[in-house]
Design a binder for this molecule. Structure first.
Ligand code: GLU
Length: 434
């Protein structure tokens, strides 16, 4: 049975690269019904923080991962110490200045990496290495090897930045008499500006993407495309489908390039394909968390807002920029509306208010019918009414479909907003610019 692990150090938030490693490691196990272990490498007491640990677990869960076991290295110091003592007894390690060192017995090492193929290590910069520091803490390589062996990990899937650790770890497996697992080193993820992913090129942590309103399934789908493809040009692929066809040998050897446009596209596809009710629940949570709306806003109303924007959203935070008028009517008319505002058509708008007030079944279809009929009666093009009405309802010149917007705001909402525009026109000109 395949058994893999993800081994984050809680010294920072879970970032895009870490999440991609977790995903590929999880898929390696789950694609063959194997097991997945989460191992918290919290041996660096200075840099490990509870806040980071909480966030990592939270982000992994949010992304949809599950694990069969979880271990904390900080609770296993006796185990590492025991194996260090065994090595001393076997003459393979020695104690000096309070620390314990392993003696490497190096000869050329060859591995067959599942992604990179054969890798040959010709030399090792050191002939000995600390395995237990003088403060009693194990070093990364030592704790990692013991844990991978004791936890039965037979596929080590991790970032390419760990390749240089691999020969040392193999020597440790051999010294300890453990079986060496198969390794798979994932290529790096380059940022859009080239080089390492960094803050300079936008968000790096999963939490930031979550806060921006990306959907977990979309983010997972995007991470999957950073190095893997199902092989048939499909770009929208669910975790469940990927689980059925994932295979490490198909992972690209070359660095993957992070693309915000692509992520936005993928996220937009997931938003479009979402079930409106589910999306409304998630959106409500998102908007409330951002103090954009309060709990009292009914879910049915959020669902209508979501449906209004579904086709054009790339991420939920777009709603923070676009949809304020759906929840509040205290907006100022945007400067872009100046042209519309300077053209007083109070009579037409008053006529529209009359017509709409009489409408009993107030929905996008009936509104459109009445709207067009009124324009005809007035002998004007519907366009003459469209722009001022939009400004009255939203404060600006752009927005979702006008009749759908009116449907959303309801009869009294629409009438009040239209009256507000009439009041604006009625204000003496001297007031302008105040
Ligand atoms: N704690 C290590 C890291 O976060 C894990 C390395 C490994 O997977 O072996 O990079």
């Amino acid at each position: 049975m395949v058994k893999t692990r993800f081994a984050p150090s809680p010294t920072g938030f879970l970032h895009i690269g870490g999440a991609r490693t977790a995903l590929f490691s999880w898929l390696t196990a789950r694609s063959s019904g194997g097991q997945f272990v989460l191992r918290i490498e919290d041996t660096d007491q200075q840099r490990s923080k509870q806040e980071y640990l909480d966030e990592i677990l939270d982000s992994l869960t949010w992304l949809g991962f599950d694990w069969d076991e979880i271990f904390y290295q900080s609770k296993r110091f006796d185990i590492y110490r025991g194996y260090a003592d065994t090595l001393i007894k076997k003459g393979l390690a020695f104690q000096q200045d309070g620390a314990i060192f392993i003696k490497y017995n190096f000869e050329t090492i060859k591995i067959n990496d599942s992604i990179r193929g054969e890798i040959i290590f010709q030399e090792l910069p050191k002939s000995e290495d600390v395995i237990i520091k003088s403060d009693g803490f194990p070093t990364y390589n030592f704790a990692c090897v013991i844990d991978d062996a004791l936890m039965g990990i037979n596929r080590v899937v991790r970032g390419e930045d760990h390749i240089s650790n691999t020969p040392k770890q193999i020597l440790m497996y051999q010294a300890l008499g453990f079986e060496v697992p198969l390794f798979a080193h994932l290529p790096l993820i380059h940022s859009e500006g080239g080089g390492r992913m960094s803050k300079r090129f936008g968000a790096t942590s999963i939490r930031e993407y979550r806060d921006l309103g990306y959907l977990p399934k979309a983010l997972i789908n995007y991470l999957l495309l950073l190095g893997w493809s199902p092989g048939d040009n499909r770009e929208i692929i669910s975790l469940d489908d990927a689980r059925k066809s994932f295979n490490l040998e198909k992972v690209a050897k070359t660095p993957a390039a992070f693309s915000m446009d692509k992520l936005n596209w993928v996220n937009g596809q997931y938003i479009k394909d979402s079930n409106s009710e589910d999306l409304a629940v998630y959106t409500k949570e998102f908007l409330t968390k951002n103090n954009f709306i309060t709990e009292e806003v009914p879910l049915e109303y959020i669902e209508k807002v979501v449906n209004l924007y579904k086709q054009r959203l790339t991420k939920l935070s777009d709603l923070l920029d676009w949809s304020r008028f759906c929840f509040y009517d205290d907006y100022d008319y945007l400067p872009e509306s100046g042209e519309v505002l300077s053209n007083d058509i109070t009579n037409y708008i008053a006529a529209l208010i009359d017509v709409l007030s009489e409408l009993t079944d107030f929905n996008a279809l009936t509104i459109e019918e009445k709207f067009r009929a009124l324009a005809k009666d007035l002998g004007i093009k519907p366009g003459v009414l469209v722009h001022p009405v939009r400004v009255a309802l939203t404060g600006g010149k752009t927005g979702p479909g006008l009749f759908e917007t009116m449907d959303l705001l309801g009869k009294s909402g629409v009438v009040n907003r239209l009256n507000r525009l009439i009041a604006y026109w009625a204000k003496p000109k001297a007031d302008e610019g105040e």
